[in-house]
Design a protein around this ligand. Structure first.
Ligand SMILES: [Zn+2]
Length: 122
């Protein structure tokens, strides 16, 4: 699976990836370098960790809360794209739709219906 940061989105801050964006990632979620640094700093400080435990969204104004929704949906789409790519990897390994469905807890038919159609991935 080739990776390009272009068209990808940080799952933590929503920044859009460019050719020079560095992402850490796994299971479809991505974290930009600025977020890696910010969360590393927070996790390294008990005081900072305590400050971020409060429900941060309660401090958002309505416009900021509304602007957050498309970022959440972009992350959801990104994870779905990753799952689709992963199913491609599984299929390339010769695994059957039955095996893929079993891993998802669904029928062979349900797995096939969800992932058999090709989709342009960024
Ligand atoms: Zn970020």
């Amino acid at each position: 699976m080739a990776f390009s940061p272009i068209g990808k989105t940080c799952s933590f801050c929503g920044v859009a990836g460019t050719a020079s964006t560095e992402f850490a990632g796994g299971l479809g979620a991505l974290m930009c370098r600025a977020c890696v640094d910010r969360y590393h700093e927070i996790l390294g400080s008990p005081e900072k960790r305590e400050r971020v435990r409060r429900p941060w969204y309660q401090e958002m104004d309505d416009e900021t809360a509304l602007a957050t929704l498309p970022k959440i949906l972009a992350t959801a789409n990104q994870v779905e794209d990753y799952a689709r790519e992963w199913v491609g990897v599984l299929r390339d390994r010769g695994l059957s739709w039955s095996e893929i469905g079993r891993s998802m807890g669904v029928s062979r038919q349900a797995a096939w219906q969800r992932f058999s159609q090709t989709k342009v991935v960024h």
